[in-house]
Ligand binder design. Sequence first.
Ligand code: DSN
Length: 440
Amino acid sequence: MSDHKELYDKVFGLLEQHDDWMHKTINLIASENISSPAVRSAIVSDFRERYAEGWPGERVYAGCKYIDEVEFICMDLAKKLFRAEFADVRPVSGVVANLIMYTAFMKPTERMMALSIAHGGHISHARGTLGGTAGAVRGHKVQNYVFDEEAFNIDVDASIKRIRSLFNDGKEVKFLLFGGSVFLFPHPVKEFREVADEYGMHIGYDSAHVSGLIAANKFQDPLREGAEVMTASTHKTMPGPQHGIVLSKEEYADAIKRAAFPGLLSNHHLHNVAGLAVTLAEMIEFGDAYISQILKNAPALGQALHERGWHVIAEDKGFTRSHQILVDVSETPLKDGCRVEEELEKANIIINRNLLPWDKKRGRDYLAPGGIRLGVSEMTRLGMKESEMDAIAEFMTRVVMKGESVEKVAADVADFRKDYQQVHYAYDTETPAYKHLRFL
Ligand code: DSN
């Protein structure tokens, strides 16, 4: 057999091993989810081979008549679900959606405010010295909000003071960005609208993590609280394909459309637009029940860990109002988020390590941070409820607190997972959630 054929076969072998492993794991990565069988069918359609540059109905390519119709349906569903005047469903990811937002609302190098990464900001919001997209790609100068570590949220008064002081020093701020990757509580958007108007700043909101919660109207409503634009990736609490979206008001539509094409996109992954349309339709139908259960499961997991001696952040505030919880693992026997991540993975529990706001002051960095971030979107989608969160906390405790054999816990996790093999909150709840749909 040729080397190429061996590698070809190996790729399929690895795909099957991965899918088989996913059947057996408890996946608590807060930025992931499992899409429905309908979404998986849509994204393997022939749309994956095609181009459709431009706006539907005004394409630079031929052969788009069905593609255009799907894209219009996707935009209409997005506008309905997010109660938005305008939707652009072309961004191929959340980072590209953010770049479109920056391009539409700021000139290169203009100054913006965002959360620092240690406080939950995303790398696409960060300054150039960190390699962050806003700074490194667009040259934006990025100032950070003041963060209240007790409230685990932006300190409104201190941040407004910082904005005023920047203007007093001749350092104009053009854009206030909210949202992030560690996102336990709604951000104070409306509290900044007055100062934004006073200084002529625009407000944007990156809803990548919480877009499903916002769609279900169960977190906050940025476009009515003062944001002019909201971006998202579509595969976190919104259980869609890996794609992006920009939502805004009609008055900004032209600037956003132009930033998307010809600015940042040529092709826009049409199969994922179809998958997103299906996701949005399913969210309109099932989103309320799905998100309600997520919002019960996340604090239930926080409580179950807390009762077993874990230091879950924001206990006094009920741990969370989103799909995530954040846990300080620095006092556990494993001492840092990296070791906890590694040991849990051996036990079929997939989580990610995370910086805590105070980690840098304590000499920690991303390689060995003090925290872990857990999200319940995927396990909720498989039908798990509060009692299953308790079982998950117990598995984690056996590995991290009691030092039990990871092989033993891995086997118990695989056994526990046998009962949760279909996606719920979808039209098709029969097709196995992780089955590899192979054609050859
Ligand atoms: N890196 C992802 C997260 O984990 O939040 C978002 O892109």
